[in-house]
Design a binder for this molecule. Sequence first.
Ligand code: MRU
Length: 362
Amino acid sequence: MNIDGIPTPALRAHPEQRVINIIDQTRLPHALHWVRVSNLGEAAHAIRAMQVRGAPLIGATAAYGLAIALGAGADDAQLTLAIQTLWQTRPTAVNLHWALRRMAGRLQPLAPAARADAAWREAAAIAAEDIAQNLAIGQHGLELLRQLRRRQDPTLNLMTHCNAGWLATVDRGTALSPVYAAYDAGLPVQVWVSETRPRNQGLLTAWELAQHGVPHTLIADNAAGLLMRQGKVDAVIVGADRIAANGDVANKVGTYLKALACADNDIPFYVAAPRSTIDFALAEGRLIEIEERDGDEFRLLHGLDSRGVPSALRQLASQEAVANPAFDVTPARLVTAIITERGVCPATRQGLLALYPEENHG
Ligand code: MRU
């Protein structure tokens, strides 16, 4: 997608220099700052500290992080250590583990001397597939959006939560891919962007929608139910961090409340995600590990001070007890449909297996 009109992916790989460059998303939307990742520690830090974030981008970064790590040595012990280090950075988004499993399967059979080059090639394949899959999600989602009943005016009023746009993937996004496709196809579209406390990923969504020219309006998370009740929302579309085999969806905390409000207001609730987000090995959503993040993410507010300097404001003392679960699980029964790169399916085991028959092992 574009930054100031220039096509830009969320991650740039430089295999010849054995480094990648990432956008430091902790500094957006106030500053666009690229960070060079040149060793295993930096790759793990980028994922853990959410310099990169969003399930597909975490997976691609982990794959490249492994390739970078193997440049410093690629015997069996070094391969295992690098995989374990990256594996433990974040627990909920399954794309991380999916990417590392895929890399391990490709690299383990090879002689150590061949592993680093093969890892760069496999990471590049993961990144390229991510973009292609997101474009396909956009086209399938566009067909759904074209059929939606408009409640109030000719404009299609969509709502999203968190950031599942190109910043959360290598490019194009998952939940925002159909939005971009709709906008590019000339459909009048407007997006309600939920702020997404405490990390405010909604600000990233607003920033990237603005870069593309898509009309949007930021709202406090708590305003979502009112807007639905007022008939100002035609559909909600979100991404996912992990979809269990039965269609339960883990996504950014607050997603479940939106799905509940959709059900009460007869509003379609769509989840857009690629194959790498579906955990066919996990029977149901209650088994998904929910990441508990540092309470200071909640106690401190980040922004610019009156001089425009990035700063943190303490809203709660450090000893104040807080809970900061980063994700929640929306039961499949509240999900109208799942949009994947292979098409649209009901959020059920049968629906998912109809799209991915190769995952049906009886
Ligand atoms: O904690 P984050 O910012 O990594 O969480 C991101 C989300 O929850 C996204 O909605 C999800 O990963 C889908 S990304 C295409």
